[in-house]
Write a protein that binds this ligand. Structure first.
Ligand SMILES: Cc1ncc(COP(=O)(O)O)c(C=O)c1O
Length: 395
């Protein structure tokens, strides 16, 4: 049989990096690769209790189809938390999704024709490009510094691409760099998006994993024209396997995204939505998130101090104030994928994600995204020390 796939499939390809990461799946490898939360911190008992109640007491509801926009109670609970955190919204503005990843997919489908421009931080979340690629966009990457996306560079990008459709940003503890966008830049971003009539997709999976200080206002909270689509998820604050995320947007965008959601998968799992809703009713999710923060803060500190003790002077890294990642910069000419393939994996059984595929434009080989949340402390120590040793004395 000969099959002709749609042209969009040329943009849907396995990457060499994926193959490399698969090697990191070996349990004997200390993997700093995935953006995995610490499985030891999942609230098993509480989730079991919620699942049991959902099935035993409310099984007829939990196992049935429900509204494609999500069960009303969970939408209300999300809206209430978002309001409490300073983002005005109502339950009607909330659309429940199959993880944040589905939000990126649906927003792409809603706005992008082939060749349309998506502006992103450079580097950006690789999964966002994977989600948007089937829409065949063109990416324009905007440089970042320690305050997030550079607004002068963004303005230049918008001038050069005045019909750009979407600005995709991860403003809090950015994936992959760990950097947070400053307050001033959040306001500037909305002003520029208003001026150039662009949609902002504000992707915030790490927002609540803050190690110190007060959270900055969401970009959505500065939105006066209904052009910011806020994207949240329970993946990093509860459990990614439940696959529940959400958007907050105005009525028309929510309606359109809801139609696309219906077309894509009818609805999210009623049971999983009920479990999360009951979990929040019966437990203090804020206390659970505080526990995550304490643990990830400790792990981050351990990783960064061990890097400082063991890495050569020509290697640097970001100091994230939250989230799950640090972004390591190796010297010019260093190839982090090559180093992982020929040094780290065979000699130390350590993995990270080489930085190159995170770049929307001008890929650079001398970076790596290193996750500090998923491994226990002892393996963080062991893995970072082994990496430091090989960086100083490659075999
Ligand atoms: C920036 C960013 N957006 C979205 C997602 C998708 O998360 P999920 O689909 O599990 O909610 C991730 C996951 O790592 C992420 O890092």
């Amino acid at each position: 049989m000969s099959t002709t796939f749609a042209t969009r499939m040329t943009r849907v390809q396995p990457s060499a990096i994926r193959e490399l990461l698969r090697l990191g799946d070996d349990p004997s490898v200390i993997s700093f690769g995935g953006g995995y939360p610490d499985a030891a911190l999942f609230p098993y008992e509480e989730l079991c209790a919620a699942a049991q109640t959902s099935l035993i007491e409310e099984g007829a509801i939990s196992l049935q189809y429900t509204s494609s926009n999500g069960i009303p109670k969970l939408r209300q609970q999300i809206a209430t938390r978002m309001q409490a955190q300073g983002t005005p919204c109502s339950a009607d503005d909330v659309l429940i999704l199959h993880g944040g990843q589905q939000g990126i997919d649906l927003v792409g489908k809603l706005y992008l024709n082939p060749g349309d421009v998506v502006i992103t931080e450079n580097p950006t979340f690789l999964g966002a490009m994977i989600a948007l690629n089937p829409c065949e966009p063109r990416y324009v990457g905007v440089a970042m510094d320690e305050d997030g996306m550079d607004m002068n560079a963004l303005e230049q990008a918008l001038k050069a691409n005045p019909t750009a459709k979407i600005i995709y940003t991860v403003p809090d503890f950015h994936n992959p760099t760990g950097v947070t966008m400053s307050l001033e830049r959040r306001k500037q971003l909305v002003a520029l998006a208003n001026q150039y009539n662009v949609i902002i997709l504000e992707d915030t999976p790490y927002r609540e994993i803050r190690f110190a200080g007060e959270p900055l206002p969401t970009i959505k909270s500065f939105d006066t024209e209904g052009r910011v689509i806020y994207l949240g998820t329970f993946s990093k604050i509860l459990a990614p396997g439940l696959r529940i995320g959400w958007t907050v947007a105005g009525p028309e965008i929510t309606r359109q995204l809801g139609l696309l959601k219906l077309a894509a998968d009818t609805q999210c799992s009623t049971l999983n939505m009920k479990v999360i809703s009951l979990f929040m009713e019966q437990n203090d999710i804020e206390a659970h998130i505080a526990l995550l923060r304490d643990n990830y803060r400790r792990k981050c500190n351990l990783m960064l101090t061990t890097m400082a003790e063991t890495f050569p002077d020509n290697v640097t890294w970001t100091t994230p104030l939250g989230g799950l990642f640090t972004w390591v910069t190796f010297p010019q000419g260093f190839d982090s994928a090559d180093f992982m393939r020929h040094q780290l994996l065979p000699h130390a059984k350590v993995a990270y994600v080489p930085g190159e595929p995170f770049f929307a434009e001008n890929p650079q080989p001398n970076y790596a995204r290193v996750n500090f949340s998923s491994q226990p402390d002892s393996r963080i120590l062991q893995g970072v020390r082994a990496m430091g040793e090989l960086l100083k004395h490659p075999r």
